[in-house]
Design a protein around this ligand. Structure first.
Ligand code: GLN
Length: 534
């Protein structure tokens, strides 16, 4: 019998509901249960792929090529599993399915309605994931906050599942913010009270409340929340701010949340195995030797745009026992001449040129890469960053003046980066890039091969453009080395520079497969090279 844990949010969004959900998952997994997690996004986009990362944070790419919400990244990193695109359910997907079915005449004669048709589709998607994973427990995080109009059908579906699966198989955990009043330092519980009222109004009685606050929850506040939520005080948990997000499961375990949940689900409680996790957190907290990384991109104001890269750096740093210091450089400023392209190189031990799209800011990135090449500093270019490093090599080492990517300049005399052949016939924008994991054959003797220490690797992709094979000979002659080709189609996947201590370009996104205790080899390699610079 599969158990379901619905996680709802109250008061404000972005209080760490995703990390809380991932942490609950870890507490269950560490007790030997098979866990999977679903993120529900009540927006009408079919997937996150068409959204601006600047507003919504990074688009997380799954193994099977889903363009999903960044919370799936938290789930994968905390649970150390690969999830599918079906683990991200949106309003857009649900309505699209129901409307297509209606057009095929499958509801002939009926009035198609939110209840039961939309809620039915939501429930069947959740149960399908449960079945596919043979999960003991499925976590379902409902995005946004209780009271949002667009979230209602999902909450209604959750309520129905409670009825259908039985009260001992479905629980509701409400994560809500408890703000602290600056003037008095007092923890205010009224907003939580109101969001719980809202939940109960639609027929959901929370099983537990997790109070997010700057500081640990005071007993008085705990008591008050419990009373208004119709719960015993033991069902109210404190989740204060911590320095390292990976500490959250340990804090919640300390609070007794793991045991509480298994008991409420009627599962046997077992001793959680968190030793490795604990020592990982310890390593992160104890590391003091700084390694400075210059992060060059155009969405640098919203760090969530590059969330998985930041986490991948943290994992690699923990493995090496160093403390990463990230310095951010906005490439649009470099391009406008308002920021010196030498700065990211001079002020750091290594440079990462981040993924991205479109012409704006691209010349700024190319200028930084030129500095990296000239000064022989450790460099990793990811996706767009890799493509622009090929442009820089073409311009400054191969003498191909005005070389460019056709994404930036469609009329360039030297299109060293060009549209993927199959993309020429694509006329729709949602979900049409080259997406997901593909096998890559690494070339012996290259730096990338040494780092992975494998013949074939699977990394995740999200792109429309690629290295133009017509220019390969000239680029190789100029000092570039191809270190990996896609197994099918022979596309260029990794490049490096021969006479450079560490210069790697990666067409795929290695950050998506980095895990706390299994850092991605390219990031470990970059940080090692950065440490040697000292
Ligand atoms: N814009 C580039 C492409 O479409 C790179 C994409 C990326 O960095 N994810 O190929």
């Amino acid at each position: 019998m599969t158990k379901y844990v619905f996680v709802t949010g109250g008061v404000l969004s972005s209080v760490g509901k995703g990390i809380t959900t991932a942490s609950i998952g870890l507490l269950l997994k560490s007790r030997g249960y098979r866990v999977t997690a679903i993120k529900i996004d009540p927006y009408i986009n079919v997937d996150a792929g068409t959204m601006n990362p600047y507003m919504h944070g990074e688009v997380y790419v799954t193994e099977d090529g889903g363009e999903t919400d960044l919370d799936l990244g938290h789930y994968e990193r905390f649970l150390d599993v690969n999830l599918s695109k079906r683990n991200n359910i949106t309003t857009g997907q649900v309505y699209l399915t129901v409307i297509e079915r209606e057009r095929r005449g499958e509801y002939l004669g009926q009035t198609v309605q939110v209840i039961p048709h939309i809620t039915g589709e939501i429930k069947s998607r959740i149960r399908e994931v449960a079945r596919d994973y043979s999960a003991d427990v499925v976590l379902v995080e409902i995005g946004g906050t209780v009271g949002d109009i667009e979230g209602l059908p999902f909450l209604e579906a959750a309520r129905q599942m409670w009825l259908e699966e039985g009260a001992s198989n479905v629980i509701f955990i409400h994560v809500a913010l408890v703000p602290v009043l600056r003037a008095t330092g007092e923890q205010k519980t009224k907003p939580v009270q109101h969001s719980v009222q809202e939940l109960r109004r639609i027929g959901i009685q929370p099983t537990a409340i997790i109070a997010r606050s700057e500081r640990p929850l005071e007993e008085e506040a705990r008591r008050k929340i419990a009373l208004y939520a119709n719960l015993p005080p033991e069902a109210v948990f404190s989740n204060p701010d911590v320095d390292v997000i990976y500490e959250v499961p340990l804090v919640l375990e300390e609070e007794g949340l793991g045991r509480f949940i298994v008991q409420r689900l009627g599962l046997e409680d077992r001793e959680p195995r968190l030793e490795e996790w604990r020592s990982f957190v310890q390593r992160v907290k104890e590391a003091s030797k700084p390694v400075r990384i210059g992060m060059v991109g155009k969405y640098t104001k919203l760090k969530d745009s590059y969330l998985s890269i930041i986490e991948a750096i943290r994992h690699a740093a923990a493995g090496l026992g160093v403390k990463p210091v990230l310095n951010w450089y906005e490439s649009t400023l470099i391009e406008k001449g308002r920021l010196d392209p030498a700065k990211p190189v001079e002020e750091n031990d290594a440079v990462i040129v981040l993924p991205g799209f479109g012409a704006r800011g691209a010349e700024g990135k190319i200028e930084v890469i030129r500095e990296v090449i000239e000064r022989g500093r450790p460099f990793l270019g990811i996706c767009f960053g890799m493509q622009l490093s090929v442009v820089a090599i073409a311009r400054y080492l191969a003498g191909l003046e005005d070389a460019n990517s056709t994404e930036i300049d469609p009329d360039t005399p030297h299109p060293v980066i060009d549209l993927l052949e199959e993309q020429r016939y694509v006329d729709r924008l949602g979900g049409t890039m080259r997406l997901g994991a593909y096998p890559i054959k690494l070339i012996r003797g290259t730096l990338v091969h040494r780092l992975y220490n494998r013949e074939i690797v699977y990394e995740r992709h999200r792109h429309r453009y690629e290295v133009n094979p017509r220019y390969l000979d000239r680029l190789v002659e100029a000092g570039m080395e191809v270190s990996g080709y896609s197994l099918e189609g022979g596309r260029v996947e990794f490049i490096e520079l021969r006479d450079h201590p560490f210069f790697v370009g990666s067409q795929p996104h290695p950050e998506f497969k980095s895990r706390p205790m299994k850092p991605a080899p390219l990031f470990t390699g970059l940080l090692k090279a950065a440490m040697e610079k000292h």
